[in-house]
Design a protein around this ligand. Structure first.
Ligand SMILES: Nc1ncnc2c1ncn2[C@@H]1O[C@H](COP(=O)(O)OP(=O)(O)OP(=O)(O)O)[C@@H](O)[C@H]1O
Ligand SMILES: [Mg+2]
Length: 135
């Protein structure tokens, strides 16, 4: 699997979450994703960026276009050096939140993906990978 192009964005504030949505939409449009897929990708990006800012204390987003055999994909990597997630399976469950949210963001983002992974260590931070392949 090859990364064809990439772009980084800092995520510190809710304004950055808006910028992340706009930038991710632009990549999805430029890569030729359908309108339905664009909406799925932007919705997931929005939730994950919000988590990076709210729960992770800020971090970064790396947007990558991928080439694997004959298919193209968009990968989003969210990284922070925040408190981490002690129990990732529990955090993915709908309705689980340590904050005031509904606890739907993480599980929702996973359902909108084709490939999803969370790496997290308490005290060291969190990295979330989201991939959507072009249909
Ligand atoms: N980057 C992160 N760093 C630390 N904890 C996180 C991170 N992302 C998610 N979490 C933990 O996982 C929980 C579930 O996340 P999820 O996005 O599903 O719900 P939420 O953000 O609490 O509410 P919402 O429905 O508004 O998104 C969070 O409450 C938080 O405890
Ligand atoms: Mg959330």
């Amino acid at each position: 699997m090859a990364v064809l192009a990439h772009e980084m964005l800092g995520l510190k504030s809710s304004e950055d979450v808006v910028l992340a949505r706009q930038l991710v939409r632009k990549w999805a449009v430029d890569m030729g994703f359908t309108l339905v897929d664009q909406t799925k990708i932007v919705t997931a990006a929005s939730e994950l960026a919000r988590n990076t800012v709210l729960h992770g204390g800020g971090g970064t987003l790396r947007i990558e276009s991928l080439n694997d055999q004959d298919r193209r994909g968009l990968r989003l990597v969210f990284e922070d050096q925040g408190p981490g997630i002690p129990d990732v399976e529990r955090a993915l469950r709908d309705g689980f939140s340590t904050g005031t949210g509904l606890g739907l963001g993480l599980g929702g983002a996973r359902r909108l993906s084709n490939d999803f992974a969370i790496q997290s260590r308490p005290g060291e931070g969190t990295r979330v990978h989201f991939i959507r392949w072009r249909s």
